[in-house]
Design a protein around this ligand. Structure first.
Ligand code: GTP
Length: 602
């Protein structure tokens, strides 16, 4: 295809503003889908993605659109993952495009998450076409949203396209705007091959499928290619695109986006951002922007039933086939037995994997307290040299006497919220050791910027934010590096035995409060036994908080008099059901739910 007839674009939208619906309409309009096929959303194809409304794996569809000027254009629509955890993947997808549609809900207006993506898009020199969607809603205020786009984002919105993706209004106008306003790509057909590996995924029939954007040269079947960062060589055995059905193509030329397969067995070999060139007469220099993905959040995953360990190993292996961005290694815990220490791009990524394991693979899991990666300077000891270590498992916490300094990762968070929830949000940030950097008002909303230690965010910050703002606040963050902190390891002891799954690294200033909260919650979560159970939080040998679960009397129901009988009965029934899902610590049975619930801060 001639460069002048190609347009590569992505869609930026806040969750629920109608990105998928619009994409489906564009596909339908250009003939890729029938009305019946429209009924199932095409781009978001994983269940969990659908439920949570997030895209994890970028899908790209090629639309052939004959515009009003009579020319048939090749439009490549790149679907980008919509969450901060996948920021690097997003940046590579954006790098593969020349423009973006900015979809904004006509009734909701601009949200913080949208902002972050728009700025990223602007950084990639994209031409941005504002699309104001859901104009069919009674609450739609397209003119107000236009002003908002201009005020907040600073781009001209006077010729924004007004659409109702749901009722199919404005679709042709969107396609015309793409052709007219988004610039065509550039590239040289005769230059050495330079293609970016935008994404990769595992297909049970095809093996690893690689999404590429060709800059210079041509990719064809039978070509020997080299991955410049990965250092491996492969024979291209299939070239194609999705429309959205898979179609084989003779080649992918300059400016185009499509997929290849090359007999690759593991996604790990196909690293996002890598440059693909030919083995013979290849490009001398790789494309800019490549980064190794690194895990940010770690936790242990253990089967509730030790007999499930092999099943867990197999399931994690399968998930990993399709997602090279999480890591795992075997871990043994005194209390939890055999399991895996896993690393994730962020908390949402962790939750997705955890959810898929329990849902798709039907595994009952215990998740240990998530941890970020700390950098610790160790002094010389009698037997060991001075060293710098990276710690991501509280169980590996070194001898405190040797610790010279601990550094922790910090983030810059931007929260966007209706004014009325600002007070409680500021308090939440303050409680989490946040440092306020900026506070501005736009319309009836506040945008507040905080620097926060990542370890204060990984537990339940996002949940808390959503609950205190009734879902209205949005949150976006980026990492801003390590800073020294007065951090200590806090152990939780149940019946005088440390529960390793609950030990965590905390800042000294909040240790006592966290410890107290944890003990209080555990007191409610652990059922009574025939003996008294002390629950303690301790730093080193020093107990900083303590609760006691009193012993159960022989006649359990006797306790119910005067109390809330139905509640107690329910509790008993629940305990009966939960029998199989208990862990034994010393002589104490701790229900599985307690582990997760205990980690939620009060
Ligand atoms: P994620 O994929 O979750 O990021 O969301 P999305 O931006 O893709 O939104 P999606 O297309 O799933 O739409 C979210 C909801 O808005 C769905 O219930 C749609 O039916 C609805 N919706 C989309 N477009 C319109 C529209 O033009 N008008 C109205 N009234 N509803 C719409």
């Amino acid at each position: 295809t001639e460069l002048s007839q190609i347009r590569n674009f992505s869609i930026i939208a806040h969750i629920d503003h109608g990105k998928s619906t619009l994409a489906d309409r564009l596909i339908q309009f250009t003939g890729g889908l029938t009305e019946r096929e429209m009924s199932a959303q095409v781009l978001d194809n994983m269940d969990i993605e659908k439920e949570r409304g997030i895209t994890i794996k970028a899908q790209t569809v090629r639309l052939n659109y004959t515009a009003k000027d009579g020319v048939t254009y090749e439009l490549n629509l790149m679907d980008t993952p919509g969450h901060v955890d996948f920021a690097y993947e997003v940046s590579r997808s954006l790098a593969a495009c020349e423009g973006a549609l900015l979809v904004v809900d006509a009734a909701q207006g601009v949200e913080a998450q949208t902002l972050a993506n728009v700025y990223q898009s602007i950084e990639h020199d994209h031409e941005i076409v504002p699309v104001i969607n859901k104009i069919d809603l009674p609450a739609a205020e397209p003119e107000k949203v236009k002003t908002e786009i201009e005020d907040i984002i600073g781009i001209d919105a006077s010729d924004a396209v007004l659409t109702s993706a749901k009722s199919g209004i404005g679709i042709e106008e969107v396609l015309e705007a793409i052709v007219a306003r988004i610039p065509p790509p550039t590239g040289e057909r005769d230059a050495p091959l330079k293609a970016m590996l935008v994404d990769s995924w595992y297909d049970p029939y095809l093996g690893v499928v690689i999404l590429v954007r060709v800059y210079d040269g041509v990719i064809k079947k039978g070509l020997n290619v080299k991955f410049m960062q990965g250092g491996t060589e492969h024979l291209v055995d299939r070239v194609g695109c999705m429309n959205p059905k898979r179609i084989d193509l003779p080649e992918i030329g300059p400016g185009e986006i499509g997929f290849i397969t090359a007999q690759i067995k593991e996604v790990e070999q196909a690293k996002v951002g890598d440059t693909i060139t030919t083995v013979k007469n290849g490009a001398p220099k790789a494309l800019p922007g490549y980064k190794e993905v690194q895990s940010v959040v770690f936790c242990g995953l253990f089967p509730v039933d030790a007999a499930d360990f092999e099943k867990l190993r197999e399931s994690i292996g399968k998930l990993r086939l399709n997602d090279a961005s999480f890591t795992y290694e075997m871990e043994t815990s005194a209390a939890l037995g055999f399991g895996f220490r896993c690393g994730f791009l962020g908390l949402l990524h962790l939750e997705i994997i955890q959810e898929r394991l329990s849902r798709e693979y039907d595994l009952d899991l215990i998740t240990t307290a998530p941890s970020v990666v700390y950098r610790i300077q160790l002094s010389k000891s009698k037997t060991e040299e001075a060293a710098t270590i990276e710690l991501h498992n509280p169980a590996d916490y070194p001898d405190p006497n040797r610790i010279e300094e601990i550094e922790e990762p910090w983030i810059k968070a931007v929260i966007y919220t209706p004014d009325e929830y600002l007070g409680p949000i500021l308090k939440l940030c303050q409680d989490r050791r946040g440092i306020q950097k900026d506070l501005t008002y736009v319309g009836g909303r506040a945008q507040v910027t905080y620097e926060l230690p990542l370890n204060e965010v990984v537990f339940d910050f996002y949940d808390r934010l959503k609950s205190i703002s009734r879902g209205y606040a949005s949150f976006d963050y980026e990492q801003i590096g390590l800073r020294p902190g007065d951090l200590v390891k806090m152990n939780i002891l149940v019946n005088n035995e440390p529960v390793d799954a609950l030990s965590m690294i905390v800042h000294r200033s909040v240790a006592e409060e966290r410890g107290r909260g944890m003990c209080e919650r555990l007191k409610d979560l652990i059922p009574r036994h025939l003996f008294k159970i002390p629950i303690q939080a301790a730093i080193g040998g020093k107990v900083i908080a303590r609760e006691t679960i009193s012993a159960m009397r022989k006649d359990v129901t006797a306790k119910c008099y005067g109390g809330d009988i139905t509640r107690k009965k329910k509790l008993l029934e629940k305990q009966k059901k939960g029998k199989a899902r208990m862990r034994e610590y010393g002589n104490v049975s701790i229900p599985q739910e307690a582990f997760i619930a205990a980690l939620r801060m009060g």
